[in-house]
Design a protein around this ligand. Structure first.
Ligand SMILES: Cc1cc2nc3c(=O)[nH]c(=O)nc-3n(C[C@H](O)[C@H](O)[C@H](O)COP(=O)(O)OP(=O)(O)OC[C@H]3O[C@@H](n4cnc5c(N)ncnc54)[C@H](O)[C@@H]3O)c2cc1C
Length: 1010
């Protein structure tokens, strides 16, 4: 055995021995989590054995604070647990409300008492004063503490102010109180080998300090958070208090590190006592830790690092997988554990340059930290162990009795803001991978629990990988599971992971590059040739209308006729081109676009006024359409023949063929995605396409045409006619040789196209098919028990994202009376904070309106708003030049007011009050349109009703109502919203195809093939 492995084996033996000793010392003491009231214990036991019940229970706990009275509690119990396998303790309650006069009261009381007790177990006090009492008890029992103020999610600045104010006050209260406490008996709580340790210790959450603390608004968020933190840090310095920066979701990890380092680099805080958390479940945590240590070593006073595994494992995993990003956390528990031990070593190896705190309830992890310190000759008081209030308590006593310093993380606050914390703790304690569960609930064998993590090497950080291009494999007729023949299954293109600095930096470069290269020409493409016209149409930057983005061709009736003639010429050849070849054109076009994602999205910031994330999303959606419809045509081509019966003696084959010349008339608001969706579908179905882009965004649309040409679309199969819609658009629609018209745009134009297309003109031998996606006046309902932390930002995003210029945007918010005032006030505060400006800046969330007409039209609505309701917000913090309108919120009493009925297509949101869900649904459905709608509710019954009754093509529950993803939320409406079937869904391609059945009598002279 080599020296290193001998050392490892020795360390391991000593770790296991110490862990056993800690376990022994803790034996006989009760672990509170699993010794709750009889009721709670039954619930948790049941939950651990039944994942479906666990989901319902935790959801119920989550919604509990929003319930208004006993009847409400009883109703929710019924809704959540009816039909579930539930413990007797709960079954006694279900259904009781209806049958027994006091039923509601009995079960509601039991639930209320038990949930409150469960929450209280993890909370040291409701107020600062109450907490002082609890903390004093901890101190007297020999534990130090760090206090965490429980807070709601910060959505508006006043909430951040309140949080900062409460922390400030808490530091004062604690400093006053702690000054009177007796010295800790052996000084272990007040000194380590590097010097004195403050008695007062608080932990703060960076996101509670600034609503803008998010990847794209990072500078703003950092400034705001620093502004609020400085007075706290000053007070901490004056009163000798210690401040920890907790670590939250991965989205804000680098922001939290920057915040911490930025502040501590300021002169006045150069020798401040402060610490930060490193989460060992992150694959890049060791690198972060090494950086922090190197930085700490330069400071006059070392910082402290609290090493944890990390509290958001499920959320990080689900989020990254849904987005198609690399998962930032380890995916095997042993890897997290091994990394934890690796980080323990790094911290102890740099003892003195950094102070270390090890926060864990895992006996092995704690014992390892102690054992390795001893191996390095670090005194037992040279670092500390930290644990959570109310969790794994047998270990608390054992750690103290070993003479180690134990610090208890003690949350303070009310039940309502504490609920998220409670749910996190319940999740942690009942997780399949939890040491606490294994040890204290299941009593698993220590020998197994204390084994060293079984891995050879800890995997390093991951980088995003570009998707490989899709290739149709003609040889492989089978296809992968779930996919059509010969290609991999469809997956949406991952949007940019803005939390990565590299992705932000790359896009910033693209934006500046585009800015320096505006003003180019956008010719037409007819019969494979780029064609300039004598007249041109300028497209300007709507944020700076003096800036020309591009000059496009201005095609007229002649170009329209010419293009149709060419299309007719190539139609038959393209129709007969095998589906696999047509699909391959789209796959190659997707790859071409993928390669140029940054520049195309950056151009949208100028030509369409789209903020970064929306522009990026638009290009991803365009790629998705190509990938999706390519597979769709293969699916239809492969499977359709089998869909009809063939009796003995007869062969029936169903097939599809292109309808003929297709015209696509596209809007500007999704300047690449929507033209791509319509064009790709028509084209891959076997129709030559003439694309007329929006006058406002020809330069972006040109990229699509280039992509298709580069992808191998034969000459004449894709043609491009920029021009005035009323001229070239009308000429195309009326042309007798056009078979399909795909349109997305306003209701007025859509209806007129349908009318025009209905006329059979001389020479026309078909009925024209019109696929029209039109407007919406979309409603979003906020129920009385909705989570306001979720609902308010989502409502603001749905209404004001891209300045409300989406047909899917929320334009009517319907709020239940019980929460109306509170929701509207928060919404106004949240909306006021939206950053309005030129989208070339990363932080901008609301860009300009598309052009002068739109600007004037929306301003007229805003001017008339006071006559139709109460204007609660008209943001005035907007740039002077450009077509900007500040986000506007208008409360409307009369649902028939035009502002609550007409589509405005701008950042104007009307808010309506509803007595109850019946009225809310009636209001939501009282519209000509039926495009999108949504509800925020935590009532399963209300969600079921809304899902069934909301009149909309796309109904969203507990999320924003825009941003449909191809293949996931096929998109499109009915009513006066449209006549097409869903874009990005399995029915869409049929609209561009004529189905044909060939029936062959296979019986010859009584002989039939098998
Ligand atoms: C004093 C204190 C302060 C804390 N502060 C923070 C903080 O600021 N930020 C924060 O995020 N957390 C914080 N925590 C919470 C902490 O992250 C959890 O309590 C901790 O992760 C539980 O780990 P453990 O070592 O006690 O238990 P174990 O049961 O050994 O580990 C459970 C942990 O392993 C990880 N894990 C679970 N499943 C997997 C898997 N399949 N693959 C890989 N890893 C997995 C998760 O991190 C999970 O929490 C703090 C905890 C304490 C005690």
């Amino acid at each position: 055995m080599g020296t290193v492995s001998r050392m490892t084996a020795d360390l391991d033996r000593a770790t296991v021995a110490l862990a056993r000793r800690i376990a022994e010392l803790g034996t006989g003491k009760e672990s509170k989590v699993f010794h709750l009231s009889w009721w709670s214990e039954k619930m948790l036991d049941w939950a651990m054995a039944r994942p479906a019940f666990k989901t319902q229970l935790f959801r119920f706990v989550d919604v509990f604070p929003a319930m208004t009275d006993d009847a409400d509690v009883a109703r929710h119990i019924d809704e959540y647990f009816e039909g579930h396998d539930v413990p007797t303790a709960l079954r006694a309650g279900i259904g009781l409300a209806d049958r027994v006069p006091l039923g509601a009261r009995v079960e509601a009381n039991v639930a209320r008492r038990n949930i409150e007790r469960m929450a209280r177990q993890f909370i040291v006090g409701r107020s600062g004063a109450e907490a002082v009492e609890g903390l004093r008890q901890l101190w007297d029992a020999g534990s130090a503490y760090t206090v965490d103020l429980l807070g709601e999610k910060t959505v508006v600045p006043s909430e951040a102010d309140r949080y900062a104010g409460r922390v400030h006050e808490l530091v004062s209260t604690l400093a006053d109180a702690a000054a009177t406490w007796p010295a800790s008996p052996d000084g272990v709580l007040e000194h380590d080998d590097l010097g004195p340790l403050p008695r007062v210790n608080v932990s703060i959450k960076p996101t509670a300090l600034a609503p803008h603390l998010a990847p794209l608004t990072r500078e703003l968020g950092l400034d705001e958070a620093k502004e609020r933190l400085r007075p706290i840090l000053r007070l901490a310095r004056e009163r000798g208090a210690f401040v920890y920066f907790d670590m939250e979701h991965y989205d804000v990890k680098s922001l939290s590190l920057d915040l911490f380092r930025g502040l501590l680099e300021e002169d006045e805080f150069a020798d401040l006592e402060a610490g930060i958390v490193v989460q060992a479940y992150l694959r890049d945590s060791r690198d972060d830790l090494a950086d922090l240590i190197a930085w700490s070593a330069q400071r006059p006073r070392p910082i402290t690092v609290r090493l944890v595994k990390g509290a958001y494992w499920d959320a990080e995993t689900v989020h990254a997988r849904a987005e198609g990003w690399p998962v930032p956390v380890f995916e095997h528990k042993d890897e997290t554990d091994a990394n934890y031990e690796r980080c323990v070593r790094l911290l102890h190896d740099h003892h003195g340059e950094v102070r270390a705190a090890f926060a864990s309830h895992n006996l092995r992890s704690v014992a390892y930290a102690v054992t390795y310190a001893r191996y390095r000759g670090i005194p037992d008081t040279g670092y500390e162990i930290q644990m959570l209030y109310g969790m794994a308590e047998p270990m608390h006593a054992a750690i103290r009795s070993l003479g180690l310093r134990l610090r208890i993380y003690a949350p303070v606050g009310e039940l309502v803001p504490g609920m998220a914390y409670l749910v996190r703790r319940l999740l942690e304690n009942t997780s399949n991978e939890s040491f606490v569960r294994h040890r204290f609930a299941e009593g698993r064998d220590l020998k197994v629990l204390l084994e060293a993590p079984r891995i050879d090497q800890v995997p390093g950080p991951t980088e995003p990988v570009r998707r490989p291009p899709t290739v149709v494999d003609d040889e492989d007729g089978a296809g992968e599971a779930g996919g059509p023949p010969g290609v991999t299954p469809y997956e949406p293109e991952p949007v940019s992971e803005w939390r990565r600095e590299s992705e932000r930096a790359e896009f910033a470069v693209a934006v500046e590059h585009v800015a320096s290269d505006l003003g180019g020409d956008v010719p037409a493409l007819i019969d494979g040739e780029w064609v300039h016209t004598s007249a041109t149409i300028p497209s300007v930057d709507p944020s700076a209308p003096g800036t020309l983005v591009a000059s496009s061709a201005s095609c007229g009736v002649d170009e329209a006729r010419w293009a149709v003639e060419v299309a007719v010429r190539v139609a038959e050849g393209w129709r007969r081109t095998p589906a696999a070849e047509r699909a391959a054109v789209l796959f190659r076009a997707a790859e071409w676009l993928r390669f140029r994602r940054g520049p195309i999205a950056a151009l949208q910031c100028f030509e369409a006024g789209k903020p970064w994330d929306q522009a990026d999303g638009d290009v991803c959606e365009a790629i998705d359409f190509c990938e999706y419809y390519g597979r769709e045509v293969l699916r239809l081509d492969g499977a359709s023949a089998e869909l009809v019966q063939s009796p003995p003696g007869e062969s029936n084959r169903l097939g599809y063929q292109g309808k003929g010349v297709a015209v696509v008339i596209a809007p500007w608001n999704f300047p690449l995605a929507i033209p791509t969706g319509m064009t790709a579908a028509a084209l891959v179905a076997g129709n030559p396409v003439i694309l007329k882009p929006a006058e406002q965004t020809p330069a972006v649309a040109r990229y699509l045409v280039e992509a298709l040409v580069a992808g191998g679309a034969p000459r004449g199969v894709i043609q491009f006619l920029p021009g005035d819609g009323e001229v070239v658009g009308a000429a195309l629609v009326e042309h007798p040789d056009v078979a399909v018209i795909a349109f997305t745009g306003s209701r007025a134009v859509g209806l007129s196209i349908i009318q025009q297309a209905a006329v059979a003109r001389p020479g026309q031998r078909h009925v024209k098919r019109v696929v029209a996606e039109m407007g919406g006046k979309n409603a979003l309902i906020i129920d009385a028990d909705a989570d306001p932390d979720q609902a308010v930002p989502a409502a603001a995003y749905s209404a004001f994202g891209f300045a409300g210029q989406k047909c899917s945007a929320a334009s009517r918010l319907i709020v239940l009376d019980a929460v109306y005032d509170q929701i509207v006030e928060r919404l106004v505060g949240c909306t006021r904070e939206l950053v309005v400006g030129h989208p070339r800046s990363a932080a901008v969330q609301v860009g300009p309106l598309i052009d002068e007409d739109a600007h004037k039209r929306v301003l007229r609505w805003v001017e008339r708003a006071p006559s139709m309701g109460t204007v609660r917000l008209q943001s005035e913090d907007i740039p002077e030049q450009g077509f900007f309108v500040g986000p506007t919120i208008v409360e409307v009493a009369d649902p028939a007011a035009p502002i609550a009925r007409d589509e405005i297509f701008g950042p104007v949101l009307t808010v309506l009050r509803a007595r109850d869900l019946d009225e809310a649904l009636a209001l939501a459905n009282d519209t000509d349109y039926a495009l999108t709608a949504g509800i925020f509710s935590r009532s399963p019954a209300a969600i079921r009703r809304a899902a069934a009754e909301l009149r909309a093509g796309n109904v969203y529950v507990n999320r924003h109502i825009t941003g449909a993803i191809v293949g996931r939320q096929p998109f499109g409406g009915y009513g006066l919203s449209g006549v097409g079937s869903k874009a990005g869904g399995p029915d869409y391609l049929h609209q561009f195809l004529d189905p044909r059945v060939v029936t062959e009598n296979t019986l010859r002279q009584g002989f039939a093939p098998d």
